[in-house]
Design a protein around this ligand. Sequence first.
Ligand code: SF4
Length: 500
Amino acid sequence: MKLSKSKYCLGYQCKKILWLNKNKPEEKQEIDNEAVLENGTNVGELAKQLLGEHVDIEYSDNLSDMIEMTKDYINKNRTTTITEASFDYDDNFCSVDLLKKNGDKYEIYEVKSSTEVKDIYMEDASYQYYVLRSLGYNVTRVCIVTIDNTYERGEELDIHKLFKINDITDYAQERFATIGDDIAQIKEEGDQREEVQTPISEHCFKPYECPFFQYCLGIKEKNVFDLRRVNIKKKFKLYNQGYRTFEELMQSDLDNKLKMQIDFVIDNKPDLINYEKISEFLSTLTLPLYFLDFETFQQSIPLYKGTHPYEQIPFQYSLHLYNENRELEHKEFLAEANIDPRRSLAESLVRDIPRGVCVLAYNMSFEKTVIKNLAKLYPDLREHLLNIASNIKDLMKPFSEYSYYSKDMQGSYSIKYVLPALYPNDPSLNYHNLEQVHNGSEAMATYASLGQFTKEEQQIIRRNLLEYCKLDTYAMVKIYDRLVEIQKIHARQRVRNDQH
Ligand code: SF4
């Protein structure tokens, strides 16, 4: 088996992954990775400028071409910086993100869009060090380049402040003594005929969730790994104690709320409704009632003055409202492409939401944080914005407090579970029926790329973004309506009971 950087990292996590990749690829499952903000490409491109002038080794399907080109540059230049410099030692291939040559000394720079140096990055860089050193290169420095999220952008982007260079030379040198044996073992097990036997454990989720987990777990019925609101450590503890299926878990020491999650599924229980609690929550709300939802995006490379890497930048909101006559209205905002959207969004928000009105958000800490950040930024709007933030109430409360619980929520009180549990099979509330944008991650990516399209195309994309966000607040309206309906049914029942 030939290794590359990424294959080595997979094998480092678990040797069985490489075996399964080769022998049972059909068992691989899609991993639902939340909000991939931006792939590393932009970061990688920008980081190329970090060491000044450089030459690029262009990607080729024929890796030997890349290796030959690298040799050529190295031989012809006493000092140089090469990106994607490529090497192979004993069927261990690697491309170094940035290789600096100064005379007979070499420095390796591995670029990551992360803000921290993870163990797996140190392994990645150590693998490169192993390849180059084994080939006889005198590598004097090994570094991981990460993003410094404390950096605040000025008028111009300062890449020397944006990037942080973390020296891990000592680690790579120490690792050199053992990594060769690890590589040999990864290859040997990856190539063996019989299936590699590795028991599942926390390593299946560290550093990355393994796409073969369901296969290795081998339990078809509902089990401990289907539980929500339990961390992976606790799940493995229960699993190793022999509490695996939902039936077995009922005998464990799980708390009552978690057992309820299981019990509702096993016994197919009807919805649990605490009428008093729901009425109590509804009594805190007043008309006009505003339903607010923001969309934000994050970028590893801050685009606007005063922003930090990975800061949440709001670009859109939807606002449904029940006016004093209980009629439903709708307002919305979506920023133009390629501009800092925050000022125009903040101005629009204070136009749309008067002071002192009741505002509902679902999981309100997010909306509150967005508004408070805007208030810090714009002193002239501060008082009004903070007033809006202070009047937000959380529509998630009746669900997070189990005033309403249905087995279809599967232990979650996220709106993506609560909504279909309350309105099963309602096509008007089905996000899959939307065009192009179906979730927050897609909204984020779609807005971030908006400026690349023609005016006509942008119109269509904008309409899709608006429809998506509108559904978010319409869903909140429907959840609120259902709670009101429940309250009314209960009130009627009480009158009937009193009459008897
Ligand atoms: S699920 Fe775990 S044991 Fe199975 S291949 Fe993945 S990491 Fe290895």
